[in-house]
Design a protein around this ligand. Structure first.
Ligand code: UD1
Ligand code: UDP
Length: 364
């Protein structure tokens, strides 16, 4: 059996680490990695292959950045060639990026089976590119691995056959649990950035709906700057956001936050683990805040990970006004985490179950 894994963006490298390692352990299939080239900076790509000991891609399609049509189209053209050449039994795609969409579409057209990991998440907001990508990938997939009961219900409500859906838990939780064994040497992130344990706030910001809307971008970064006047705020910034801040001459306006380059998974783990509050619009970082039992504020209108909000670990705030975002930060800082319920993201065995199901599946 030959499995072709299609990766392209930072969170996909991270998610694939555990599934690939479980596939290797079982040893019944050959896995080929294809990197679409969607993320290409060293600190957005190579660092994850090194830190998480990922198998090197056999193909790097080198697609890079561009409009959605250009990026997805180029990926499809180049992926088609690779799939025709390799003739895999099935492909695996992760999450909801343009690399996910391109992989699912090409496989469907070539009648190759497709496996979608992190299936069934919904924001119910079709203006998000990610929502389009995940809906299409889910509907084209032959096996759908879902992280939560809510995601399974979403798929069933959309008419996807129960026989295709497997509730396995969240692979990001597996990565989180295995961090120590995966790490060769922990970075000294706190020392490097002059941070005191439990006494700083970690923020990330990269969603298109926030970075590409100047009012939202200003509101979020102003609120972080207000927070920075009371606490140390560190922001490993996605290149997309830095480009937008520079284009709008905004970088200099925010003197009370420390903007740093994106960091590797291990450094991020350490920064998250020791923070007092996490502020983000990232899907993955929202969950990792909970894994570390750190309260979180998500500046978005909605989230796919609704359990985080209903359980009180995550506060959603519509990022239209700096004052209201700032007030939400202050409220979240008061969270009494000891009284909050735990959430079921699986028992850390999602990747093992996925690998077992794949190798025993009858691909007809
Ligand atoms: C993509 C995903 C998003 C995911 C995120 C993870 C889509 C539609 N979006 O968003 O769902 O949350 O990845 O991080 O697939 N850039 C660089 N260097 C890089 C990569 C990007 O400078 O290595 C800059 C470029 O200016 C580029 C911009 O970031 O235009 C956006 O990159 P892109 O991959 O299109 O989308 P992301 O915002 O990263
Ligand atoms: N991450 C990282 N370095 C950073 C920012 C994030 O390693 O500077 C990790 C983070 O710990 C999580 C994943 O990247 O595991 C989340 O990816 P991202 O926020 O880019 O995308 P999303 O999850 O929103 O799709």
């Amino acid at each position: 059996m030959k499995i072709l894994t299609i990766l392209g963006a930072r969170p996909q490298f991270i998610k694939s680490a555990v599934v690939s390692s479980e596939l290797k352990k079982i040893g019944l299939c050959e896995e080929i990695i294809v990197h679409t080239g969607q993320h290409y900076d060293d600190n957005m790509s190579n660092i994850f292959f090194e830190q998480l000991s990922l198998q090197s891609p056999k193909y790097n399609l080198g697609v890079g950045s561009g409009t959605h049509g250009y990026q997805t189209g180029m990926m499809m053209i180049r992926l088609e060639e690779v799939i025709l050449e390799e003739k895999p039994t099935a492909i695996i795609v992760y999450g909801d990026t343009n690399s996910t969409l391109a992989g699912s579409l090409v496989a469907a057209k070539l009648q190759i089976k497709s496996i979608h990991v992190e299936a069934g998440l919904r924001s119910w907001n079709r203006s998000m590119p990610e929502e389009i990508n995940r809906v299409v990938s889910d509907h084209l997939a032959d096996i759908l691995f879902s992280p939560t009961e809510t995601s399974v219900t979403n798929l069933i409500n959309e008419g996807i056959s129960k026989t295709k859906i497997e509730l396995v838990g969240d692979v990001m939780y597996d990565v989180f649990l295995r961090q120590e064994s995966l790490s060769k040497n922990l970075n000294n992130a706190l020392e490097k950035h002059n941070l005191k344990r439990g006494d700083y706030i970690l923020a990330t910001l990269h969603r298109a709906e926030n970075t590409d809307n100047l009012d939202r971008l200003k509101a979020i970064i102003t609120a972080l700057d207000m927070l920075g006047q009371k606490f140390q705020v560190i922001v490993p910034l996605h290149p997309r956001t830095l480009t937008k801040l520079k284009a709008n001459l905004l970088v200099e306006n925010y003197r009370h936050v420390s903007i740093i380059e994106p960091v590797g998974y291990l450094e991020m783990y350490e920064l998250e683990a020791n923070s007092r509050l996490i502020c983000t619009d990232s899907g993955g970082v929202q969950k990792e805040a909970y894994f570390h039992r750190v309260p979180c504020v998500t500046y978005r209108n909605e989230t796919e990970w609704i359990e985080l909000v209903s359980s009180g670990w995550n506060y959603l705030v519509e990022p239209t006004d700096a004052e209201s975002i700032y007030r939400t930060f202050l409220k979240a800082l008061e969270t009494q985490t000891a009284s909050l319920p735990t959430i079921n993201y699986g028992g850390g065995k999602a990747s093992e179950e996925i690998a077992k199901k794949i190798v025993s599946y009858k691909f007809g």
